[in-house]
Write a protein that binds this ligand. Sequence first.
Ligand SMILES: Cc1ncc(COP(=O)(O)O)c(C=O)c1O
Length: 354
Amino acid sequence: MIADDVARGFARVIERTAFILGAEVAEFEAAFARFSGVAHCVGVASGTDALELALRAAGVGPGDEVILPANTFAATALAVTRAGATPALVDCDPVHLLIDPAAVEARLGPRTRALLPVHLYGQMPPMEELEAIARRAGLVLVEDAAQAHGATRHGIGAGGFGFAAGTSFYPGKNLGAYGDAGAVLTASAEVAARVRALRNYGSEIKYRHPERGFNSRLDTLQAVVLLAKLPHLAAWNRARREGAQRYDELLAELPRVTRPATLPGNEHVWHLYVVRVPGRDRVLERFAAAGISAGIHYPTPIHLLGAFAHLGHRQGDFPVAERAADEVLSLPLFPGITAAQQERVVDELRRALA
Ligand SMILES: Cc1ncc(COP(=O)(O)O)c(C=O)c1O
């Protein structure tokens, strides 16, 4: 049982009073790197920190623009501003709602320094195209893999394409901690060492601080939780995939519902099962009345959030992301969901659209 493993692990940490960067942190980092198929994992305090530290490790900062999709969680853009750089937003493709390589190409400019694609809902955008653009334009490629534990593109996992990937173990993620936690994944020992220093006050050797860093370590108690859960992650991802397939079948008879599509070449881990429906808010109300909790990811694209008003965008700038914001609906999906629960969700959806 996970709860027993966690209790035993907590007791060990408490007995040793090794609360900061204890052995479990290194053990989890090695295990999650193996799971992800990349050489290095550095545990940090959150997914937002992971992205910020990856960007900082690449030397991204004031005066630099970082291209990212308008259709993502605010934290992707916040990581850029926290690194001192400026988000350069682009639209997504209308089928998968993933960052559109053609839009990236069109947005390149003299200040573009980095490219930050998001593996939204559990699948990767066409990384080979993005990698080629980054190489041609001399950009640093950092992946937002917060929603994509175990996802691959043509067999390659997050962190395997570019400079590094940042991921989150927020409790609702495919692998969730008992609080905030995150990690940087990278194929480069040098990048891993840079992030290790940045997360620990800019210091690799105690009381030596060659640079200004942060306090952003993966908590040892959270590492215990993540170590206890990690052996189950592959099975949980399989269960999510089966749940997604069942929704696909059940929804085939509802022509007004657009089902999510998997980009060929992707191993999708179904962090979210996102459909598109007309009159989405009415459907959501009916779900709430029936005790079904569905979500919207995300109701407002980045360029229309108050936090990013300074970028000077207007309604209409990213029409695909804006339309998606009005239509997307994340149906309940978690590893233990039953066929009966999914049928009930689809029945309610059918009634709402009637
Ligand atoms: C796409 C995306 N990026 C970044 C984050 C930020 O992660 P955290 O909440 O751990 O800071 C999240 C999750 O919250 C996310 O979904």
